[in-house]
Write a protein that binds this ligand. Structure first.
Ligand code: TTP
Length: 393
């Protein structure tokens, strides 16, 4: 079965991280987010991956090329991000026979994608506590009987998880009218398939929709948590690596460093001397954790640097970010309330008691900067030496 993977979106809610890197290419453990989706499809036996690309399309195409893990990859370019059904319709020429559609910014448990393929026509669902915020499936016995967006009175607690196996007839049904929010949405195609076919719900054990910056952190918590200890890099005898720590070939861990796994230190990265790295941290290619710095449960993207005597917790640093010496990130409020973050101009709860800062590519802090919890630093933003920063910039 061919798998159409949607990766054309602009990722507006995850800005500034998506300012130049498209969301599907943001780092999750040792590969881009969308590579995990594609891995699940390949493991389930997909015979071709059709990637729908648009926003910053070349970054995606350059990474995957014409073949990924022995499976051919083709591309459909969606020039205007007019909705998920519109995205699949862009790939129409590539589709023949039954086909799967997967969101390129979702993490699925791989076993479920396997079942999705075998049970076609089928749809992945996840049991949630608050279905009102999701597309919700109604079911009868082992069949899906309907799908309704954000219902006031949800028929089940089964949320649509954005993974579908469609019969070949669905190829003819991809042109759907604009929805209330002005997009051509895949749920309208799903509704037609449900009307005309017996559709099986496939329940996921675990699922994550990566829309906002803290969900990128959660994606890394998930995938770094699955790593098994492997030390291939240059690690000092005086460093102490505990648990499932991966140090890739070409990475350097200097004397006096303590790493508590799970953690991933990628090729070209340097940690220490005397640094402390803990809790599902990614130190991506070329990134640096300096002398006596502490990094906890954070993503340091490619070539980001946390200089000596700094603390970074529960934070996401984009590419080439430079935190000057003594930069301190606060990740907890005195009143213990959940940390809020600005998404598309509005403060929203992250649902996390601990959350630090999100710094766009190339942001720089002056020495001894103090950064408040839930702070956003835009791409290229700077702070002054000794500054206390409690407003986004
Ligand atoms: P969304 O999460 O709705 O959109 P997005 O990823 O652009 O993010 P944001 O809402 O923050 O701007 O999209 C779900 C998936 O579908 C995601 O993988 C992107 C993809 N997509 C397309 O490929 N084309 C489109 O026109 C749209 C709307 C989404």
């Amino acid at each position: 079965m061919k798998a159409v993977v949607l990766a054309a979106g602009q990722g507006t809610r995850i800005r500034p991280l998506s300012d130049s890197v498209p969301k599907p290419m943001l780092p999750v453990a040792d590969r881009p987010l969308v590579a995990h989706t594609i891995d699940a499809a390949v493991d389930a036996g997909a015979d071709e991956i059709v990637l729908v690309i648009g926003y910053e399309a070349d970054t995606v195409r350059d990474y995957f090329g014409a073949e990924y893990r022995g499976v051919p990859v083709s591309y459909a370019v969606q020039t205007e991000q007019a909705g998920t059904a519109h995205a699949v319709n862009t790939a129409r020429e590539h589709i023949e026979g039954p086909f799967a559609v997967l969101n390129g910014d979702n993490l699925y448990d791989p076993a479920a994608i396997d079942r999705l393929f075998t049970e076609c026509p089928a749809i992945c669902a996840i049991e949630v506590e608050e279905p009102r915020n999701y597309g919700v499936l109604s079911t009868e016995g082992d069949s899906v009987t309907g799908i309704v967006e954000k219902p006031a009175d949800p028929p089940t607690n089964l949320a649509n998880a954005g993974a579908y196996a469609f019969p070949e007839e669905a190829r003819q049904w991809l042109e759907v009218p604009e929805s209330e929010r002005g997009e051509h949405e895949i749920t309208d195609v799903v509704a037609r398939v449900i009307d005309e076919f017996d559709v099986t719900p496939v329940t996921l054990e675990r699922w994550l929709d990566v829309g906002r910056p803290w969900e990128l952190l959660e994606a890394n918590e998930w995938k770094i948590g699955n790593l098994e200890r492997r030390i291939d890099g240059d690690v000092s005898e005086d460093a102490h690596l505990e648990g499932d720590v991966v140090v890739e070939d070409g990475a350097t861990v200097k004397p006096g460093v303590v790493v508590e796994g799970p953690a991933l230190i990628r090729s070209g990265a340097t940690v220490g001397p005397n640094a402390y790295v803990r809790g599902a941290t990614l130190v991506d290619e070329g990134a640096k954790v300096g002398h006596a710095a502490e990094v906890k449960n954070s993503v340091l993207s490619r070539d980001a640097s946390v200089s000596h005597l700094s603390y970074v917790g529960d934070s996401v640093l984009g590419r080439d970010v430079n935190f000057g010496a003594g930069t301190n990130v606060a990740n907890l409020r005195h009143d213990d309330a959940d940390i809020e973050f600005t998404v598309k101009g509005e403060r929203v709860s992250t649902g996390r008691r601990k959350f630090g800062v999100v710094a766009g590519d190339g942001a720089k802090t002056g020495i001894n900067s103090s950064l408040s919890p839930g702070l956003k630093l835009d791409t290229g933003a700077t702070t002054l030496p000794g500054e206390t920063v409690d407003r986004d910039r």
